[in-house]
Design a protein around this ligand. Structure first.
Ligand code: ADP
Ligand code: MG
Length: 343
């Protein structure tokens, strides 16, 4: 087949349209884009100033004229127009000046509505896609970590991203049971912000909260002690202040969002047909997404469910790797993937 000529003319892509990060895999080239899902716009005339990493650098430090927006913030498309512009930008960047329009496989949060799905499809088409296929995040993650999704056995995947945690049991190429909650990495950051306000009267930004979470964040039973100096603004005096924060306090701050994630996992297990529960008992739960990097989370889920739990290799890229596999074997996957079901 004249595949290489085709590739010369167009570059088909797989996109993980995450609430926090967008990754783009290009056929035969690999993952070429891995950037925050952020757009910077001018407040005055709504003109787009930057996308991705460049836009992220403006977060929190933007002068009043610049606004930074995350078009997918809570796992839904908060801003259709900006989401479309962002998809267009990332496609253009890998497409360069190739002549043919690309085929695009996009992975979307499983909690989004039919209307939003249509919007993503339209965006990709407006952005220049020749054909668009959508795949749900838990399925892509499962394919990315090589779970035996085609077999008649159940596998459970929990993808903890920025805006959503997606929990799914997959068997025979379909999602048997799934729950998507809007509590994930962003809520953890928000919980840290609230904690600092309550306990220290200290106002910190989202970026600082995320840094705290990644540097000293954890959940019991993890118990290595760490401390960090946190800079913010004193809410009473209105002046900059530094506080020494320890990992025990961060555990306290994070307990609520983490409990919610665990409750959702338990609920999904309750809704799983018994034969598949038996499989999960044997095979355990696989964690993916950036949130799965929180220290102790795997052990905590293991303790709470009495199931074996493991974190996927390179959890931040398994969704795009799975979406890439679908792109590379499109005929096969389009035949075997069942229409997913929602609860
Ligand atoms: P999405 O698929 O929604 O774009 P990602 O899978 O890219 O999300 O994960 C992003 C989330 O993972 C962010 O909330 C980020 O703060 C979080 N994250 C990344 N690294 C870590 C870490 N080491 N510890 C805890 N959370 C992390
Ligand atoms: Mg994701």
């Amino acid at each position: 087949m004249g595949f290489s000529l085709f590739n010369f003319l167009s570059s088909d892509v797989a996109i993980d349209l995450g609430t926090a990060n967008t990754l783009v895999y290009v056929r035969e080239k690999g993952i070429l884009i891995n950037e925050p899902s952020i757009v910077a716009i001018s407040r005055k005339d709504q003109e787009i100033l930057a996308f991705g990493q460049e836009a992220r650098e403006m977060v929190g430090r933007t002068p009043n004229e610049i606004l930074t927006v995350r078009p997918l913030k809570d796992g839904v498309i908060a801003d259709f127009e900006l989401a479309e512009e962002m998809i267009r930008y990332f496609i253009r960047r890998v497409q360069g000046n190739r002549l043919l329009r690309p085929l695009v496989v996009i992975c979307i949060p499983s909690g989004i509505t039919e209307v939003e799905k249509r919007a993503v499809r339209d965006s990709a088409e407006h952005a220049g896609a020749r054909e668009v296929y959508l795949i749900e995040e838990p399925m892509a993650a499962a394919i990315g970590v090589d779970l035996p999704i085609m077999e008649p056995v159940g596998s459970m995947i929990v993808d903890i991203g920025g805006g959503t945690t997606e929990i799914a049991v997959i068997a025979l190429g379909g999602i048997v049971t799934s729950i998507s909650i809007r509590i994930a990495g962003d809520e953890m950051d928000e919980a840290i912000i609230q904690y600092m306000k309550r306990k220290y009267n200290l106002l910190i930004g989202e970026k600082t909260a995320e840094q705290i979470k990644c540097a000293i964040g954890s959940t019991p039973p993890y118990d290595e002690k760490k401390t960090m100096l946190v800079k913010g603004r004193d809410l009473v005096a209105g002046i900059p202040k530094t506080v020494e924060l320890n990992s025990k306090e961060v555990q306290e701050a994070l307990s609520e969002p983490i409990n919610s994630i665990i409750e959702a996992i338990k609920l999904t297990l309750e809704r799983t047909p018994p034969e598949l529960s038996a499989d999960i008992l044997d095979r355990g739960i696989i964690l993916s997404g950036g949130g799965s990097l929180l220290k102790g989370l795997d052990l905590r889920i293991r303790d709470e469910t009495n199931l074996p739990v493991s974190v996927a290799d390179d959890p931040l890229t398994c969704v795009v790797r799975g979406t890439g596999k679908v792109l590379d074997n499109l005929d096969f996957y389009m035949k075997v993937l069942n229409k997913p079901k929602h609860y």
